[in-house]
Design a protein around this ligand. Sequence first.
Ligand code: NAD
Length: 355
Amino acid sequence: MEVKEISKDENNVLAQMVSMDHEQVLFCQDRATGLKAIIAVHNTVLGPALGGTRMWNYTNEIDALTDVLRLSRGMTYKNSISGLNLGGGKAVIIGDSHTQKNEALFRRFGQFVDSLSGKYITAEDVGISPQDMVWVNQETNHVAGLPGKSGDPSPVTAYGVYVGMKACAKAQFGKDSLAGLKVAVQGAGHVGQYLIKHLNEEGAEVFVTDIHEPSLKEVSEKYGASIVGLDEIYDLDVDVYAPCALGATVNDDTLSRLKCSIIAGAANNQLKDETVHGKMVMEKGIIYAPDFMLNAGGVINCFAEVDGRTAEWAMEKASQIYDTTAEIINGSRTNNIPTYAIANKMAEDRIKEAK
Ligand SMILES: NC(=O)c1ccc[n+]([C@@H]2O[C@H](COP(=O)([O-])OP(=O)(O)OC[C@H]3O[C@@H](n4cnc5c(N)ncnc54)[C@H](O)[C@@H]3O)[C@@H](O)[C@H]2O)c1
């Protein structure tokens, strides 16, 4: 059914919901605690919408709304392509995570999450700690990522990136061993460190950059990774570029410099412009492993917690990222379509079928 367009004004909430096809958006305000939050439920066809809460000092509420709508839609795709019975949702709390956190605020937020009766399950995202989720959990059971439960998702995320990188190597070089390959890792944070450990164990030669000196020192001492400059990372003569820090690092500038034949990392939204740069990587003969598929280990870990599965189950599920990556590369080569487009279609098809 064609949905009647309400308004072209991008500040109009319903128009934005229509254009991105959201089911529900809940605006939350509480004068006593100062809470200002938005919960976006994008799609619940496959199951309850799971996605983290981000606390960020947005300059205005339009930015907060745009962010939550974009992030929640991304979760629909990530959960679908990962074969999880979960829909996509996300929440944002407008505020400074360093100065404005307290128990009352998170408990009030928990009440709003609870008012959705399980349609939305929350977890940690940028600016939110497991302790904050403990407060949320005092008001609602619809929470994942609690201390003592599934724990830090980064090892599972890193494992998924690692196996997906192996599938890329198989497609590009004919064998899935990473031994002897040169890999440039951007960001030695939670995921980056675990990824570098896997790469080191397999005999890859690792180059790493980060803005945080102590993290660099740690991975250099532990795993023999060679430290390179922040900008130098794009000019290295390597086989694989693994973005594990920021988004939008695959762009006009970097694509004129990158010499790798594989891009596979954990960062979200790696392609600055999906349509433009997704096509450019393909034309340059680079295999790009779609980020939302490759970094799904974290949400797989959360799902294991809410669905009562074991840590072993989560690792086994994350290992399937190898097959999904191979399937996407195969589809891309057969049809001459960029990998991101194949991945998007796979996610959309699963939802259509379920419907
Ligand atoms: N943690 C997870 O399970 C998970 C799951 C899915 C996606 N991701 C995504 O993967 C990426 C890494 O996540 P994380 O949990 O390791 O985050 P993190 O904050 O622990 O690590 C990010 C690292 O990047 C570094 N960094 C920041 N700016 C940089 C720059 N300009 N150049 C080089 N390094 C820079 C930071 O100093 C930090 O060490 C993020 O984009 C995140 O959204 C993480």
